[in-house]
Design a protein around this ligand. Structure first.
Ligand code: PEP
Ligand code: MG
Length: 560
C-alpha cells in the first residue's frame, strides 16, 4: 500500500490525526420499488420529506452563518424546486414509490448539472447530498452525516456536502481529504473559510481505513499514511513558519530590493471582498463576472449589474479593479447565452470574446453597466476580454469599450497565438493579463476538466513559461503592463519566477496573497530573474521547479 498519497491542496496548513471516514449508507431504492396504490398519499410523503430536508438545511445554514449559509440555502432551494416536485408527482402517479421517484427525478437533474461544465458540475455533490437526505427520511434510515468522535480526527470522504462541512467542529476535525472535488468545489471553498487544511481529488482516498494516522499538507496536496513522529514535527514546524512569515509581511507587494509587484485579488463577486481586503489585496486583478450569473436562466438586468459592480468598485477607492467581461462557454456556460450550435470540443469553441462577438448587445449592456457603476466611485476601472486570439479581436473589443466610455481596456492572454503575437496585440490593448489556466490548457493541448492529464496542466511546463516570457517582453517593449491572473500567480515560487520573467502584477485567490507577499519580500529582483532564466532553460517541470527554487534561497524558512 502506498504511504504517500497526493491530491490537490486547496486550503493550506498541516493537520495530523487518525482517519475517520464519512460514509453515505443510504440504500438506493430498487427500480421496481412501487407504492401500495394511494398515489396522492405517497406524493404527500415525498413532499413532506423534501420540505423537512429544506428546513433542516436552512436551520444548519443559520447555525453556520457566512458563506456556508448561502450554500445551504441554495441546497434548500433544490429540495423545494417546483419542477422537481412536479416530476416526482408524475413518477409517483405512475406507481413508483416516493423514494424511487425522488431518486429517478434527481438523477435527471444530476445529469444536466454534471454535463454543464466545471462550475456547475461542482454542484453535483450538493445535489447528491440533498437526494440522500430526502431518500433517507423516506426509507426511515439515518440521514448521512459527520462521524461521531470525541477525539480530533482527519475527515476522509468521497466528497463532502456543504451540510456536513457547515456543522463541522473545527476543534475536532484537523483536516479534510476527499476523493472528488476540485479547487472550485464547495468542499474547497468551505475548507478555506473554516481555515482547515484540505486536500481534494485524492485518487487513493478510498484506500484509507478508519484509525490510520494521517499527516495532511493542505498547501502541497501531500498526504502521508502513518508518518514517523519526526516527520510530523517537521511538517508542523514548517506550517507554523509559513503562517508566521505570511502574517509577518504586510503592505504592497515588493521584492526584497523594493521592486513593486502589486498583489491583487481574484474574485467572483461582492461575497469575496472581505477575504480580499483582510489579506491586503491592493485591488482586484480579475473579477470573474460570469460567476454572478452562472445559476440564472435569464440575462441580468442593468440595475442588477450596476449594483454588483459598484459594490466591488467601492471597496477599492483609488485602487485598480480589473473586470473581465463575461467569459461564457466551455467550462462556464451561461444558460442565457447558449453556444450557437452543438460543440464537440467546447474549450475550442465559442467562449469568452468569441461569444460576445456573437451577442454584441450583451457585451454592450455589460460595458454600459460597468461605466455607470464606476462613475460614482473612486476606483480605477479597467476592463478586459477573455479568450482573445488575434489583432482583429483586440480592435473589436477596444472599440466596444471606447463606445461605452471606458478608457482602459486590456485583454487576457490565454491563447498561444495571442502570446506569440503579443507585440502586435499591444498596439490596441492597454494591458495584458495572462490567464495561465487556459494558456496552459491550450499550450499543452490538455483539457482543464480532465483529471488524468495533470502533468500537462502544470503552468511550470517550460513551453508555458516561454509564452509568458514572450508576452511580458512584448508588453515591456510597448510600455504596457502585463499581469498574471491564473492559478500560477498563487504559487509562491512561481510568483517569483513570473516576476523575473517581467510580469508586472500578480492576481490570485485572496488566501494565497500573504504567502506570495512573503516569498517576494524574501527575494531580490535579480534572484527572480535568475530563477526565471533557470526555469526557462530546464527540460521539464520538475527540473524547472528545482532550479528556480535553488536560486531563491530566501524561501528556505518558508519550507517551499
Ligand atoms: C485563466 O484561464 O487563467 C483565468 C484566470 O481564467 P479562468 O480560470 O476563469 O478561465
Ligand atoms: Mg481563462
Amino acid at each position: 500500500m502506498v504511504d504517500k498519497l497526493s491530491g490537490v491542496g486547496v486550503s493550506s496548513g498541516v493537520g495530523y490525526g487518525p482517519a475517520l471516514r464519512l460514509t453515505r449508507d443510504v440504500p438506493a431504492p430498487p427500480a421496481d420499488d412501487r407504492h401500495g396504490g394511494d398515489a396522492e398519499a405517497e406524493y404527500r410523503r415525498a413532499a413532506a420529506a423534501m420540505e423537512d430536508t429544506a428546513q433542516d438545511l436552512t436551520a444548519r445554514g443559520e447555525r453556520a452563518g457566512g458563506q456556508a449559509q448561502e450554500v445551504l440555502a441554495a441546497q434548500a432551494l433544490m429540495a423545494r424546486d417546483p419542477a422537481l416536485a412536479d416530476d416526482i408527482r408524475k413518477r409517483v402517479g405512475e406507481g413508483a414509490s416516493a423514494a424511487r421517484a425522488v431518486s429517478e427525478a434527481m438523477a435527471v437533474y444530476r445529469q444536466m448539472l454534471a454535463g454543464a461544465g466545471d462550475y456547475l458540475a461542482a454542484r453535483v455533490a450538493d445535489l447528491d447530498d440533498v437526494r440522500d437526505r430526502i431518500v433517507a427520511r423516506l426509507l426511515g434510515v439515518p440521514v448521512p452525516g459527520i462521524p461521531e468522535s470525541a477525539e480530533p480526527y482527519v475527515l476522509v470522504a468521497a466528497d463532502l456536502a456543504p451540510a456536513d462541512t457547515a456543522v463541522l467542529d473545527p476543534d475536532l476535525v484537523v483536516a479534510f481529504i476527499t476523493r472528488e472535488g476540485g479547487p472550485t468545489s464547495h468542499t474547497a471553498i468551505l475548507a478555506r473559510s473554516l481555515g482547515l487544511p484540505a486536500v481534494v481529488a485524492c485518487a487513493d482516498a478510498d484506500t484509507i481505513t478508519d484509525g490510520t494516522p494521517l499527516l495532511v499538507d493542505g498547501a502541497t496536496g501531500r498526504v502521508l499514511r502513518d508518518p514517523d513522529p519526526d516527520t510530523v514535527a517537521t511538517a508542523r514546524a514548517t506550517a507554523d513558519a509559513r503562517a508566521a512569515a505570511a502574517a509577518g509581511t504586510s503592505g504592497p507587494g515588493r521584492t526584497a530590493d523594493g521592486h513593486p509587484v502589486p498583489l491583487l485579488a481574484n474574485i467572483g463577486g461582492p461575497a469575496d471582498l472581505p477575504a480580499a481586503l483582510a489579506n491586503g489585496a491592493e485591488g482586484v486583478g480579475l473579477y470573474r463576472t460570469e460567476f454572478l450569473f452562472l445559476d440564472r436562466a435569464d440575462a441580468p438586468t442593468h440595475e442588477e449589474q450596476v449594483a454588483a459592480y459598484r459594490e466591488v468598485l467601492a471597496a477599492f477607492p483609488g485602487g485598480k479593479v480589473v473586470v473581465r467581461t463575461l467569459d461564457s462557454g466551455a467550462d462556464k456556460p451561461l444558460a442565457f447565452l447558449p453556444p450557437p450550435a452543438p460543440e464537440p470540443n467546447p474549450a475550442l469553441g465559442e467562449r469568452g470574446l468569441r461569444m460576445m462577438r456573437r451577442f454584441p448587445a450583451t457585451l454592450e449592456a455589460q460595458l454600459t453597466a460597468l461605466a455607470e457603476a464606476a462613475a460614482g466611485t473612486e476606483a480605477d476601472l479597467q476592463v478586459m476580454a477573455p479568450m482573445v486570439t488575434d489583432v482583429e479581436d483586440v480592435e473589436w473589443f477596444a472599440a466596444a469599450a471606447g463606445k461605452a466610455g471606458i478608457e482602459n481596456a486590456g485583454i487576457m492572454i490565454e491563447v498561444p497565438a495571442a502570446a506569440l503575437r503579443a507585440r502586435h496585440l499591444a498596439e490596441s490593448a492597454d494591458f495584458f493579463s495572462i490567464g495561465t489556466n487556459d494558456l496552459t490548457q491550450y499550450t499543452c493541448a490538455a483539457d482543464r476538466e480532465i483529471g488524468g492529464l495533470g502533468r500537462f496542466q502544470d503552468p511550470w511546463q517550460p513551453g508555458v513559461l516561454e509564452l509568458v516570457a514572450a508576452t511580458a517582453t512584448a508588453a515591456e517593449a510597448a510600455g504596457r503592463p502585463c499581469g498574471v491572473c491564473g492559478e500560477a500567480a498563487a504559487d509562491p515560487v512561481l510568483a517569483c519566477v513570473l516576476t523575473g520573467l517581467g510580469v508586472t502584477s500578480l492576481s490570485m485567490g485572496a488566501a494565497a496573497l500573504p504567502l506570495v507577499r512573503a516569498a517576494l519580500a524574501r527575494s531580490t529582483r535579480e534572484q527572480c530573474r535568475q530563477a526565471a532564466a533557470a526555469a526557462l532553460a530546464a527540460r521539464g517541470t520538475d527540473e524547472a521547479k528545482r532550479l528556480a527554487r535553488e536560486r531563491l534561497d530566501g524561501l528556505a524558512d518558508l519550507g517551499l
